[in-house]
Design a binder for this molecule. Structure first.
Ligand code: PLP
Length: 443
């Protein structure tokens, strides 16, 4: 009997033993293509010797120092490198151990900022439906995914949610893509006015929605309008790039493709690429100085903030990403998308293939014309995950929403080191899994 508390007590996963390049191997030696990079984590693949060496060397010199006493060379160098490549205006970096911690830090920083500048009444947060921002209570409260929130409601923070910018399902017939994006963004203005403009502290969104919707990018002009609205009402814009950041969409920061800068940005996952648990929150000079010149103390912190070994790993990862690897992501993503379109474009169960860079989603439907979602009792996503796993492919399927506003989907986020023959492996194995599940369900 395993004493590890599993995610799913009904089905214990095999024990992983070896990671090499784009593959993971279990205790029986079976190979799995890491088609989702874990949860969009393993951007460099497995066994990257440069990152391993950087970690070993940091362990030899100073494994850990509490940031309450000492900063460290890797933390300083990683912050410099991130700021060098970050959207304009993001000037300070706060290192944590993962994505939920980064989001918690972002929410608390936004709140403290308004207290410091004498607007303590600003405490309301607006997020989007069907979103996910982490599993700690604060991050869960801002997330708009009903299934994840349901059993923990009422949540601790009062958050309201607007529609996501989800072209496949929310765009009206005859509406231009641009007008659609403006309509979606204008929901933010309506919500700010409904809540009271001087009550709202922040709007949080993912530039490209990952886990809960399957790589849904916003349309052109959406985030520019969001930025305008936030500026008009003095609301902070928090972009959550925990999943879509660190090169996943083809630029180091996904916000770069929206041509805007947030006030706060969260990153994690690809930052440590799975070699160490690390996340970060970047903020503007305006916010940093409000706190520095005010109480002088961000009232937040965990024991492992700025962990030197995690920062050493992150530094080696970001050096690789910015040293040419991210430049390959857009074209590799296009290759994989083209191959998916060739293989599944005519499949009656596949309603949409979308994404950006190596962050690609496929949404499954019962009917392509009406976009009707599959019967939830089919548990299509769970079956697909199991069938893909049997075929030797790790992918990231999710169920649709209960209200039928979103179908089952699969998210692909392979390592950036993947080559075309690896994509053939992904498409073949996914094809076998989709065929098996369709046949089993008689679809
Ligand atoms: N934010 C987003 C957008 C995520 O996708 C996730 C995780 O999937 C998180 C936050 C939480 O990150 P973590 O699981 O590292 O706490």
């Amino acid at each position: 009997m395993s004493h590890v508390f599993p995610r799913n007590s009904n089905k214990l996963p095999p024990v992983g033993k070896v990671g090499a390049g784009v593959h993971l191997f279990d205790a029986d030696g079976k190979a799995y293509f890491d088609g989702s990079g874990g949860a969009a984590v393993s951007c460099l693949g497995h066994g990257d010797q440069d990152v391993i060496d950087a970690i070993k060397s940091q362990l030899d010199s100073m494994a850990f120092a509490h940031t309450g006493f000492l900063s460290s060379d890797p933390a300083e160098a990683l912050a410099d490198l991130l700021v060098l490549h970050a959207p304009e205006g993001l000037e300070h970096v706060y290192f944590v151990s993962g994505g939920s911690e980064a989001v918690e830090a972002a929410l608390k920083l936004a709140r403290q900022y308004f207290v410091e500048i004498g607007q303590p009444q600003r405490s309301k947060i607006i997020a989007r439906r069907q979103s996910y921002h982490g599993n700690t209570l604060g991050a869960l409260a801002v997330g708009g995914n009903e299934w994840r929130r349901a059993q923990f409601a009422p949540l601790l923070i009062d958050v309201s949610h607007i529609s996501p910018c989800y072209e496949y399902r929310e765009k009206h017939d005859g509406e231009t893509t641009f007008d659609f994006g403006q309509r979606m963004a204008n929901e933010l203005e309506d919500e700010i006015l409904r809540l009271g403009a001087d009550q709202v502290m922040a709007f949080i969104a993912e530039p490209v929605v990952g886990a809960t919707m399957g790589a849904v990018p916003s349309v052109e002009g959406y985030f520019k309008r969001i930025r305008e609205i936030c500026d008009k009402y003095g609301v902070l814009l928090i972009l959550d790039e925990v999943m879509c950041g660190m090169g996943r969409t083809g630029t180091l920061f996904a916000a770069d493709q929206e041509d805007i800068s947030p006030d706060i940005c969260t990153i994690a996952k690809g930052l440590g690429a799975g070699y160490q648990p690390i996340g970060a929150m970047l903020c503007s000079g305006k916010i940093y100085h409000a706190i520095k010149d005010g109480s002088g103390f961000f009232q937040h912190g965990h024991t492992y903030v700025g962990h030197p070994t995690a920062c050493a790993a992150g530094l080696a990862v970001v050096q690789k990403l910015t040293g040419g690897l991210v430049d390959q992501v857009a074209s590799k993503g296009q290759q994989l998308t083209d191959m998916l379109n060739d293989a599944f474009g005519q499949n009656p169960l596949v309603g949409d293939i979308r994404g950006r860079g190596l962050f690609i989603g496929m949404e499954f439907v019962a009917d392509r014309d009406t976009k009707a979602v599959l019967d939830p009792s089919h548990k299509f996503n769970a079956r697909l995950k199991a069938a893909a796993f049997d075929a030797g492919l790790i992918c990231y399927p999710m169920g649709g929403t209960i209200d039928g506003k979103h179908g089952d989907h699969v998210l692909l986020a392979p390592p950036f080191i993947s080559e075309p023959h690896h994509f053939e492996e992904v498409v073949d194995k996914l094809g076998a899994a989709v065929a098996k599940v369709s046949a089993d369900l008689g679809l």
